[in-house]
Design a protein around this ligand. Sequence first.
Ligand code: MBD
Ligand code: FE
Length: 261
Amino acid sequence: MTDLATTEQRTETVVSALMDAIRNVILEHKVTYPEYDAAKQYAIELGEAGEWPLFADVFFEAAVEQVESDTNDASDGTIEGPYFIPEAQMLERPYVMPMRDDEPGEPLIFSGRVLTPEGDPIAGAQIDMWQSDNEGTYSDIPYPDDRELPPSGNLRARFTADEEGRFEVRTIRPVPYEIPKSGPTGALLRAAGWHAFRPAHLHVIASAPGRKALTAQLYFSDDPYLDSDVAGAVKPSLVLDVTQDGDALRASHEFRLAEDA
Ligand code: MBD
Ligand code: FE
């Protein structure tokens, strides 16, 4: 499949379609020399700011994920986004996300199950979870502004499901989130009159031996940005209801992992 001839043909097909699409936009919208020069300068600045991953994940990853998700019988996933860091801390039960003693935010207990597409539990499945804090800041990310950064590893962890595929973790409820606005990606959003919000979300990668890892985000049904996510990454099946349970909120979700091809 990946011999050189196949690769060359694939490159020719995809890249020529991309170049055609760009030329068509230029012709159709009568793009001027000043606009063309501004676009080249913008690409340079995006690179110098290290924002190509942010830019690509905001504007294009949802389409790539859609192509991927059409090809298996797992439960819905969505984009990974630019802020996953592998090898997060492994938790021991009872699971509590790493956080500061006085971590601001509403306490949230997130629970669920990891199952096969047929509904059988996947014992010992691994959950890798990451989220922003109550200010919308992820740990261990170099932001383009001078905001206060949480400690390394904050609100990032891995933990495993039990024999019945169940898990439960204590964290804080994430808040609607603005992607960094002071770099080139934010400048483009502003220039086009678009807002920078994503609905509040928990990022999760659920995995197990012999299964295709499932990358997802969980959203909350009372969120004002579900229909206008700047990254277009919301799917109805990933929107959770939140209930009050004593001093904490509760939300839960079932992940179904496809067999590894
Ligand atoms: C995020 O936190 C995110 O999840 C995405 C998809 C893009 C930018 C920041
Ligand atoms: Fe995110």
